[in-house]
Design a protein around this ligand. Sequence first.
Ligand SMILES: [Mn+2]
Length: 304
Amino acid sequence: MLRRRGARAPQTIAADVLARHGLVAGSAVHAMRRSYRAVFVSDVHLGSRASKAGQLLDFLGSVECEQLYLVGDIIDEWKLRGSAYWPREHAEVLRQVGALAAGGVEVTYVSGNHDASLRVPGGRPPLAGLRCAEEALHRCADGRELLVLHGDLFDPHSDGGSLVVRAGEKAYDLAMGLNAAYNGLARLVGAEYRSLSLALKQRVKEAVRAIQRFEEGVVSEARQRGIDGVVCGHIHKAELRTVEGFLYANDGDWVESCTALVEHHDGRLELAQWREGRVVPLEAGKPIQAPDPRRSVPASLRVS
Ligand SMILES: [Mn+2]
């Protein structure tokens, strides 16, 4: 099937081509990139087939920042244990992160439950030049102090990959899909379908409760430490809001939603999504659209 090309901003593509041929000064290309003070990404799950590593490469290639936080589950050790799946794009993400660190970006890799080997004392960072930690403290340009951690410690099911939450979300999608057809079906076949729908609703309730408990746990940690809020990942649900006066920021994931948390140079925080070949700021509280199923820029035009 033919796919629409050129969804990425044309001037960016042109700049890439010109830069590749040495026809544009580096600073001119820089000027076309979105510039942030800090960028937070998590849950990339490199080594798993679901990882949207290619989209992350495009995203990283179109932004510049002073600090990059990798907020856990960047490498999926659980998957790597059972398979040898490691395509070029996955290696390329680590290479690109290394290049950013070498270029002066302060890169902090906060470990998650899927890359917990980094938590072992003396665990070796996957790349030279990265700061590796279980958690980090980020000071925003406006003075706010945020605890940066993956978040699995607040999920009682994290040893199973937060199955309750994910299964619940799938059930929610299914329930919503069924809902449209439900009334007709129920009339046709009766009580069995009615009880199926009730079971699904129960799963959705459980998932919503699990997410609430997670958010409450994370926020109470900020309260106990006397800081302004938390940046986390883990549950694959991007969010940016204030809970009882504390900031709850979740940078989402690069398995489904292709989202990141960004800090502007004045300290303002924002959620962003890589969609249609560009960075799209997300409005707080609005549902997040599905991202592109595949990379949107032809390989020949990508920044290397
Ligand atoms: Mn996780």
